[in-house]
Design a protein around this ligand. Structure first.
Ligand code: ACO
Length: 357
């Protein structure tokens, strides 16, 4: 098989930054409140090893994952249900009510339905009656950072005052049980944040920089070809491996480490800050070895890296916001801290943001 080359986001990111918003001329944007939600059901590695040929030792050593959460297939914990809970917490923490939101951006690749969008379903589930704009975005595991960047641009341009951004996934429905290297990685969960204009001149909270990139040449590293218009789900393939995502784990691993570090350096450069000024790194939770290697490449001490992969696995677009909310709830992240968010996913998409919380 031909090896896929991926140069990472360097070139794209620098092109993008030329067209980026200039922080000094724009209003500041604050994370007003965060929330998260995980389904009740805990699935540990022993349970996974009853379904596929693996072990707790192998999964722990190679990924750092000990357990993950799976949503109930009977309902009540679908992506928009989890998003409703996480969003209500975020709104409460922001001191706002649902109708204060004027834009919803929902990042997921496991939507409740193909139509309508999760964002519009969430609007109804939150009881929002102001007919605010609502859209889904598909950027896989980078989805939340993409959503944050879009929200930042919308607020800085004056198009939105308060945006609700969500990353919510029910990956348990999409697991490829024919592939023991991928089915062990993923879990379900949701993270949400309310971001809005910061008009207080004494409050330094801001989204200082966002850098996004994509490298479509890396498509083969992780894809799910069937179930779309090109290859609809037919009776012949419904119970075959083709119906599920495929992953080239070893190749993804290498690109992930390089890309997470490169995109982070781009965001730091745009923010005119250095790694030693950052209080907390909140990386996409894909594999503990990817997280550690990224931290090392960036020169970030381990104690400043937020990690929860051992408890929840990889929840795709939900990992970054849920990990951030967890660290805020635990009192680790405090107002005024400088945060570096970094994510990487299928596509290959990537994104990083520097935030004064
Ligand atoms: N249990 C036991 N053995 C396994 C398992 C398992 N679950 N999975 C693979 N193996 C075996 C393989 O068959 C192979 O055996 P062999 O040497 O006899 O052929 C051996 O373990 C090594 O396989 P590798 O694929 O080289 O294992 P690696 O150390 O690379 O770990 C893993 C695999 C965990 C998938 C790792 O490559 C990884 O995490 N990659 C990144 C994946 C990722 O992050 N995906 C998502 C990113 S994008 C997003 O988040 C949407």
């Amino acid at each position: 098989m031909a090896r896929l080359k991926s140069e990472g986001p360097k070139k794209m990111a620098s092109t993008l930054s030329k067209h980026s918003l200039q922080p000094s001329k724009m209003p500041r944007v604050k994370i007003l409140g965060t929330g998260s939600f995980y389904p009740e059901r805990i699935v540990n590695n022993h349970e996974i090893s009853k379904k596929v040929d693996t072990s707790d030792e192998w999964i722990t050593e190679r990924t750092g994952i000990k357990q993950r959460r799976f949503s109930s297939p009977d309902g009540g914990e679908f992506p928009t249900d989890m998003a409703r809970s996480a969003s209500l917490t975020a709104l409460k923490n922001a001191g706002l009510t649902p109708n204060d939101i004027d834009l919803i951006i929902f990042a997921t690749f496991t939507p409740d339905h193909r139509l309508p969008s999760c964002a519009t379903i969430l609007q109804t589930k939150l009881g929002i009656t102001n007919q605010c704009a609502a859209l889904d975005i598909a950027a896989a595991c980078s989805g939340f950072v993409y959503a944050l960047s879009l929200a930042n641009a919308m607020i800085k341009s004056g198009a939105s005052q308060r945006t609700l951004i969500v990353g919510s996934e029910m990956l348990s429905r999409e697991l490829n049980w024919y592939d023991r290297a991928s089915c062990i990685l993923f879990g379900d969960g949701c993270g949400a944040a309310v971001v809005g204009v910061n008009n207080d001149p004494t409050d330094t909270s801001d989204i200082i920089s966002c850098t996004l990139a994509a490298d479509g040449t890396g498509r083969k590293f992780m894809e799910l070809e069937y179930g779309g218009t090109a290859y609809p789900l037919t009776a012949e393939i419904i119970d075959t491996p083709k119906r599920y995502m495929t992953m080239q784990g070893r190749e993804l691993f290498k690109v992930a480490v390089r890309t997470l570090a490169d995109i982070s350096f781009s965001a730091l450069k745009m923010a005119e800050l250095t790694v030693d000024q950052i209080d907390w790194l909140i990386p996409h939770q894909a594999n503990i070895r990817i997280i550690e290697a990224t931290g090392e490449r960036l020169g970030m001490p381990k104690e400043k890296v937020i990690v929860n992969i051992q408890e929840y696995g990889n929840t795709s677009a939900a990992t970054v916001p849920a990990a951030m909310d967890g660290a805020i709830s635990e009192g680790k992240i405090k107002r005024g801290d400088l945060l570096l968010l970094t994510a990487f996913g299928a596509g290959l998409t990537s994104g990083a943001a520097v935030i004064r919380y």
